[in-house]
Design a binder for this molecule. Structure first.
Ligand code: ADP
Ligand code: MG
Length: 255
């Protein structure tokens, strides 16, 4: 898929929930095809709302979202979603279905045949053994379940991956391993990835570009290198200070 068709553009996007303030407030930003962008910010800053406007789980109150230069509303929603993988915390695997059946849902949604070979191939992408297809989700670790969720999202060979706190419930070691695996998949498959996280360290280590949200607005937009150099502005500096200080303290211990 050409890079342009994987570009995501937000044009003056706002979302007001009934009776509430603007959860997303006039966001205009373009995510280049093939890039890995982290969306960082405190709880309630509007990250998930903004992300969900891309696959139309949420319709903006104002503005529009374009994928590959075309408004997301221009085609039937099921066709749009075939091109957009979506992974969220506690992936929502069906507990009464095996891992293989869960992955097959993704294939069926994509209008593809769900044969064992294709399921094995998808499990292999996320570094799970083919034998795992016969297991039920409750016989997997949290990290393995998240990997199955990623495999299911990849079933329709999407050009774009949306991830909403995909590592939220995982221990630090599993979280780190899965983060690296997802970055490797992004590079290998040439995806456009937008990942929501509240963890600035994770954003700095995985993304090409970090957008910071506060109060529904994007208040910083910079590369990890620029953020570390203090060029991201006050809102970003406050978030970067935490992992920076931890890194310094660890360095001192090494002494
Ligand atoms: P984040 O993902 O950054 O934690 P959200 O996008 O989930 O933030 O929420 C942004 C704001 O919108 C919050 O104030 C939240 O309470 C509000 N909000 C989110 N979903 C709804 C909803 N379905 N109805 C009303 N308000 C909502
Ligand atoms: Mg959220």
């Amino acid at each position: 898929m050409p890079e342009q068709s994987r570009t995501v553009t937000f044009k003056n996007v706002s979302k007001r929930y009934a009776g509430g303030v603007a959860a997303v407030d006039g966001v205009s930003v373009e995510v280049a095809g093939g890039s890995f962008v982290a969306l960082v910010g405190a709880s309630g800053s509007g990250k998930s709302t903004l992300l969900k406007t891309v696959n139309r789980l949420i319709e903006p109150s104002e503005g529009e979202v374009l994928v590959g230069g075309v408004a997301v509303g221009a085609e039937p929603v099921h066709l749009l979603r075939r091109r957009i993988g979506y992974v969220f915390q506690n992936v929502g695997l069906f507990p009464h279905m095996t891992v293989g059946e869960n992955v097959a849902i993704g294939l069926r949604l994509a209008g593809e045949k769900d044969n064992a070979a294709r399921i094995a191939e998808l499990l292999d992408l996320v570094e799970l053994p083919a034998e795992m297809a016969a297991r039920f989700p409750d016989a997997l670790s949290g990290g393995q379940r998240q990997r199955v969720g990623v495999a299911r999202a990849l079933a329709c060979a999407p050009g774009i991956m949306l991830m909403d706190e995909p590592f939220g419930a995982l221990d630090p070691v599993t979280r780190d391993a899965l983060g690296k695996a997802i970055r490797a998949l992004h590079d290998r498959l040439g995806l456009t990835t937008i990942m929501v996280t509240h963890d600035m360290a994770e954003a700095l280590l995985l993304a090409d570009r970090v957008l910071v949200m506060a109060g529904g607005k994007i208040v910083a937009d910079a590369t990890p290198r620029d953020l570390i150099a203090g060029k991201g502005g006050a809102a970003a500096d406050a978030l970067v200070a935490v992992p920076r200080e931890q890194a310094h303290r660890l360095k001192e211990l090494e002494g």
